[in-house]
Each structure stands twice: as structure tokens, then as C-alpha cells.
Design a protein around this ligand. Structure first.
Ligand SMILES: *[C@@H]1O[C@H](CO)[C@@H](O)[C@H](O)[C@H]1NC(C)=O
Length: 310
């Protein structure tokens, strides 16, 4: 294929690291200059959210949980470029927390984990451990929102690791004999928090009519590839007659295909998303996914019934 074979050039312009966005956008502009094709600006998180429409039949509107190393949010996708934000992380993202804990546990020192992400190492270790061996706090129980917080969970896990190293006389560079139990407990702590927020978002969508009777939850982003988290979220979806869709792992992590797909959706949806003046298109390091209605979620103050996740 050459650039003359394509219909348009889609490029991520928001949000992200300024330098990365600039490199991509500059290259896209040069392709557009060369070919005369339209330039379609793409929002990184919107692209993650819509990836499921490439692999599955998912009609608007639907709920999306985006969980990755850089993001954690709940949004309703109402149309190709129409999103409302129900809640997001107030501090860290879950993927980042997985990486930190994997590092603290020195999992990279195990030969099977030298070249995998912290998240994959934790998930693999956790499958050999008992999720109930350590009690991690449930985050943000004092506010009835769909916001997330992982920093407290992370510090508690770090305290557990330090305490166990001391108790068992294990050096800071070695692997704890009960590392699998810590991984399983931490992963379960992350799942519990995600599940509570998803539960509230489903109830909020019922209450506010944001979703139709047959609801769909799309889980995307790198952490969405975690099978333990997926199966826990499946249980929440089952409780609320909601269809759970998870794009395949290779499409869940950051990738170019999802940007191209979003460009194609924008090209074919009947509205014109092409930039009037491609040269004038600029990137935005910070940019919300859509209208923030998290204060309405807070005002609804939805109380949750117990969940059974294990
Ligand atoms: C879409 O908008 C761009 C910029 O305003 C314009 O150049 C282009 O012709 C439009 N395309 C269609 C199909 O209307």
C-alpha cells in the first residue's frame, strides 16, 4: 500500500505526552501534504473506547471502563465523538500500580518474568496465590462516586511487602516465598475497587436513562487483558443483565489499529470530522474524553448492595 491507496490520515492529537503527539502529528501532516488526503484528528481515549466496535457488534450508547497504565475511567460512549465521563482516577492508574508492586516484589528477577510487563507478572503469580491472605482496604468507600483511587492500595501493598521482608528475613532484592499470595491479594483489591465503581455506574445509567435496557460494558486498555479482573467484572455484569465485551489483548494495549479504526468510523459516520486546515491542527497534552458528569453521579449518592466476586 502507498499513501495514495488510503482514504484519510487519522492521527492522535489528544491527550498524551507533548513530544510524542508532536512527532505523530508532524508526520501525519507531511503525509497529508504529499497526498492531499483529509486529516482526521483522534482522541486517544475515545479510540480505546471504540475499539470493541471493530471486533464485536456494539451499538451506541454503551458503557466503557478504560483501565491501563495511564488511565482509569468510566464513560458512556453515546456516538463516535460524543462521550460523557462518569468518573476517573483521582491519582494513579491501575496498570501503573501493578508495575510498581511487581517491581517492589522483584518479580523481574524471576526468569519467566524478565521480558513481560508488571501486570502480566502479577497476574501469573497471583494464579498460584490466595487472594484472601492479605486484606487490602477498599478505596473511596466514603464517597458514592464512580471515581477511582489506587495510591492507598499501592502504599498498603508496599507496607505489606516491607513487613513480610522483615518478618521472614528476606533481603530487599530477593523474592518473598509468599509473593504469590501478595500478588493475588493486591489483584483482588484492585478488582474489588473496579467492581464497586462499575456496579455504581450501571445503577447510575439505569437511573438516568443513559443506557438502553440491554446494557453493554466494554472493558478496554491494557489492564482489561487481565483474566482475573475480566471474570470478576463478568460477575458484576451478570448481576445487572449487562453484556461484557473485552477486545482481544493485542487491541487493548496502545496500538495504531485502534486509531485507524476510529478514523474510519469518523469518516463513515455521516458527519465531517476532517480538519478544515490540516496545517493548523494542534495537539493537546491534556484533554478530557467528554462532558464530565461526575458531579451528577456524586449527587445521586447511589448505595451499593454487596457483591460476591470470588
Ligand atoms: C469536510 O470538511 C473539510 C474541511 O472543512 C472539507 O475540505 C471537505 O470537503 C469536507 N468533506 C466532505 C465530504 O464534505
Amino acid at each position: 500500500m502507498t499513501v495514495h491507496d488510503v482514504d484519510a490520515v487519522a492521527v492522535t492529537v489528544e491527550p498524551g505526552l507533548a513530544l510524542c503527539l508532536k512527532v505523530g502529528l508532524d508526520h501525519a501532516k507531511s503525509l497529508v501534504r504529499l497526498s492531499g488526503k483529509p486529516l482526521i484528528p483522534i482522541h486517544h481515549m475515545q479510540a480505546h473506547a471504540l475499539t470493541a466496535r471493530m471486533t464485536d457488534r456494539v451499538d451506541f450508547p454503551f458503557l466503557v471502563l478504560l483501565i491501563s497504565g495511564g488511565h482509569c475511567l468510566l464513560t458512556v460512549a453515546r456516538d463516535v465523538a460524543d462521550f460523557v465521563l462518569l468518573g476517573e482516577s483521582l491519582d494513579d492508574a491501575p496498570g501503573e500500580a501493578f508495575d510498581k508492586i511487581a517491581r517492589q516484589l522483584n518479580l523481574k528477577n524471576l526468569p519467566q518474568f524478565t521480558s513481560v510487563s508488571g501486570g502480566v507478572a502479577i497476574e501469573t503469580m497471583a494464579s498460584q496465590g490466595d487472594p484472601k491472605s492479605f486484606d487490602l482496604p477498599l478505596m473511596l468507600t466514603q464517597v458514592r462516586t464512580c471515581d477511582f483511587s489506587f495510591s492507598g492500595l499501592k502504599s498498603q501493598a508496599k507496607r505489606i511487602i516491607a513487613h513480610e521482608e522483615k518478618r521472614q528475613g528476606v533481603s530487599r532484592d530477593d523474592i518473598l516465598p509468599n509473593a504469590a499470595d501478595i500478588c493475588a491479594s493486591f489483584q483482588y483489591g484492585v478488582l474489588k475497587h473496579l467492581a464497586r465503581r462499575v456496579q455504581r455506574s450501571l445503577l447510575f445509567c439505569e437511573l438516568s436513562g443513559l443506557l438502553p435496557k440491554h446494557k453493554t460494558l466494554v472493558v478496554s486498555g491494557g489492564v482489561g487483558s487481565n483474566q482475573f479482573i475480566r471474570s470478576g467484572l463478568q460477575k458484576v455484569c451478570d448481576m445487572y443483565s449487562t453484556q461484557l465485551i473485552c477486545p482481544p489483548p493485542r487491541l487493548c494495549t496502545d496500538n495504531g489499529v485502534m486509531i485507524a479504526w476510529n478514523g474510519m468510523e469518523k469518516l463513515l459516520c455521516g458527519k465531517n470530522f476532517s480538519a478544515a486546515d490540516p496545517e493548523a491542527v494542534d495537539f493537546q497534552p491534556k484533554s478530557p474524553i467528554g462532558e464530565d458528569i461526575s458531579s451528577s453521579v456524586r449527587d445521586a449518592a447511589i448505595k451499593l448492595s454487596p457483591l460476591k466476586l470470588l
